[in-house]
Design a protein around this ligand. Structure first.
Ligand SMILES: [Zn+2]
Length: 272
């Protein structure tokens, strides 16, 4: 067995992008530059308004990935208080949306130095979108509740085949893309991932790092596409060891990657 493993780097936070914690484990991502700000998925208005005040920022834009209340609940009040414009998924019912977006559309803000492309990534919800692009020269991804660090969102409105395809789109993005997820689920996802792949050195390395970050009260995010490819079972359904573990758990033969993916999702749903 090959004992030299390449362990992915931890990219760390990107200056100008910070999490505003909301509810028990949501992150509202705040991007700011020269006094201007944008937020992604503001489930609550109060913590955003407080951050804007403390950092003396003007909110100009709100991006939404999907319609769930813990991602859009603060939008109406933020629009009322700040006049910010709202961009969100064309296929979903939202409290406010000035510009509906779907795959191939772009969002650009010259002052924030932000250029993002929209991807349709159904599965968690039917119209879920992701924003991928650059902040300055840094590649970034906002993926809501579709891709989590070492996990993925539950399939409330989509099929395993749709989610597998949506995750494959994200997996194809540049390896050094920072991944900004909607929730701090990392450690609990990793406990399950270590059950799926108990001998994955990259996962063990990342788990130790994330545990330390959490014990210091820091977010485990952003993740990166490279870390997810090396560690996230849902992106590794085509790896023989992952497929075998899923078949062992399901106690049946799994004949396609989508069947493996579906079994992994069911396994995670039942994992305590
Ligand atoms: Zn959701």
């Amino acid at each position: 067995m090959n004992k030299t493993h390449h362990l992915p780097d931890f990219l760390g936070p990107c200056p100008g992008i910070s999490p505003i914690p909301a509810f028990s484990d949501n992150y509202i991502w705040l991007i700011s530059k020269d006094g201007q700000a944008l937020v992604v998925d503001p489930g609550q208005a109060a913590p955003v308004l407080q951050a804007l005040k403390e950092q003396e920022l003007t909110l100009t834009s709100i991006l939404l990935t999907h319609h769930h209340a813990d991602h859009v609940g603060g939008v109406a009040e933020l629009v009322e208080q700040t006049g910010a414009k709202v961009w969100g998924p064309a296929g979903e019912v939202l409290p406010v949306c000035d510009t509906p977006l779907s795959e191939g559309d772009t969002f650009e803000d010259a002052q924030l130095q932000l250029k993002l492309s929209v991807f349709d990534i159904p599965g968690h919800t039917a119209g879920h979108i992701a924003f991928y692009g650059t902040f300055g020269s840094t590649p970034i991804l906002f993926c809501g509740d579709t891709l989590f660090a070492a996990g993925c969102g539950r399939l409330f409105e989509g099929t395993p085949a749709q989610m597998d395809e949506s995750l494959a789109k994200l997996a194809n993005l540049p390896a050094n893309s920072r991944v900004y997820c909607g929730h701090e689920y990392t450690l609990s996802n990793m406990r399950w991932a270590c059950t799926v792949e108990p001998n994955n050195p990259a996962l063990q390395h990342w788990q130790a790092h994330a545990s330390e970050q959490r014990s210091l009260g820091q977010p485990s995010l952003p993740s990166s596409i490279e870390l997810e490819l090396a560690c996230n079972p849902f992106l590794r359904a085509r790896q023989p060891l992952v497929a075998q573990a899923a078949a062992n758990w399901a106690q049946r033969e799994l004949t396609s990657p989508v069947e493996v993916f579906a079994a992994l999702r069911e396994w995670k749903n039942n994992f305590r």
